[in-house]
Design a protein around this ligand. Structure first.
Ligand code: SF4
Ligand code: SF4
Length: 78
C-alpha cells in the first residue's frame, strides 16, 4: 500500500503575538536590527513595537538576540 499522505515539514506556525516586557527592555535596539522582516518600529523611548506582525516569519531572532529576555514570540505552537 502506497502512502499518499504529504510529508510533514517542520515549518514555524504563524505568529499570534509578540510581547515586549517594558520593564526588562533596555532599548538597545538589537531585536529591531536583527529582525529580517522589519517587523518593529520603535516608540519615542526606543522601545520596539511589533507594528508589522503579519510579516513575522517566527524565526525568533529577536527573542534569541535580546540580552534581557524581554521578548516573547507567541505562535500557535507555544
Ligand atoms: S520572530 Fe523573526 S521575523 Fe518575527 S519579529 Fe522576531 S526577528 Fe522578526
Ligand atoms: S533586544 Fe531586548 S532589550 Fe534590546 S530593545 Fe529589543 S527587547 Fe529591548
Amino acid at each position: 500500500m502506497s502512502d499518499s499522505t504529504p510529508k510533514k515539514t517542520r515549518k514555524p506556525s504563524p505568529t499570534k503575538e509578540i510581547k515586549v516586557f517594558d520593564t526588562w527592555c533596555k532599548r538597545c535596539g538589537l531585536c529591531v536590527a536583527f529582525c529580517p522582516k522589519q517587523v518593529y518600529d520603535r516608540d519615542e523611548s526606543g522601545k520596539p513595537i511589533p507594528v508589522r506582525l503579519e510579516d513575522c516569519i517566527a524565526c525568533r531572532q529577536c527573542e534569541l538576540r535580546c540580552p534581557d529576555f524581554a521578548i516573547m514570540v507567541i505562535t500557535e505552537d507555544n
